[in-house]
Design a protein around this ligand. Structure first.
Ligand SMILES: O=C(O)CCC(=O)C(=O)O
Ligand SMILES: [Fe+2]
Length: 210
């Protein structure tokens, strides 16, 4: 798979920056190239088959716990150097990080991300992506890895926007959704089929002294 670095002034990235600045979120239906989407989906399925995905926890640190009544996805955190396809994804997200820093002066320093697999019927109740005791997450970015998804199969990402508005994203392969982590409550609706994605967060530096 080709390395996916693209210039941080690519029109698609500038569009995302502009959307975030004007309304706090952006949806790009054709973001990941089809071959990369397929390869990432295969990598996610392989890891699931090998038992590497684990039920996701709610919260952070010692108080985090598995609560399927809140979220029912299985995840695995991604590290650089594990797989070429994942490195291609990380390179693409790094270009987006640079574009966000250039356009919005967010001071984003790193990116953490995981594969997520929602079995049929699994959901993630309404939440925001920032922890009470850790506000480093600034921008959330989700890419979907599902072939030929139909709206009637469910699994939408529902975002709660200003003035009571709601917006649903159908998790179609190759689509990217980006939003301000602390400002957009959202939920994942249950689906009638397995739902695959990569979810990540751009983070700024913490407030530790020195
Ligand atoms: O998969 C999605 O559409 C969103 C997942 C999500 O909200 C999360 O992992 O925090
Ligand atoms: Fe979330």
């Amino acid at each position: 798979m080709r390395a996916m670095q693209i210039p941080s002034d690519h029109p698609l990235l500038l569009q995302i920056v502009d959307d975030l600045a004007t309304h706090g979120w952006s949806q790009q239906n054709i973001f990941l190239p089809q071959d990369l989407t397929r390869a990432l989906a295969a990598e996610c399925r392989k890891r699931a088959a090998e038992g590497e995905l684990a039920p996701a926890a709610v919260g952070r640190g010692p108080s985090s716990e598995i609560r399927e009544g809140i979220r029912g996805d299985h995840i695995q955190w991604i590290e650089p150097g594990q797989a070429e396809v994942c490195d291609s994804y990380l390179a693409l997200m790094d270009s987006l990080r640079e574009a966000l820093n250039r356009g919005l002066f967010l001071g984003l320093e790193d990116f953490e991300s995981h594969f997520a697999m929602y079995p049929p019927g699994a959901f993630y109740l309404k939440h925001v992506d920032r922890f009470r005791d850790d506000d480093r997450r600034m921008v959330s970015a989700v890419v979907y890895l599902n072939d030929a998804w139909l709206p009637e199969q469910g699994g939408q990402l529902r975002m709660y926007l200003e003035e009571g508005a709601q917006y649903d994203v159908v998790p179609i392969g190759g689509c990217l959704v980006v939003f301000l982590s602390g400002e957009v409550p959202h939920e994942v609706l249950p689906a009638s089929r397995e739902r695959l994605s990569l979810t990540g967060w751009f983070r700024r530096r913490g407030n530790e002294p020195f």
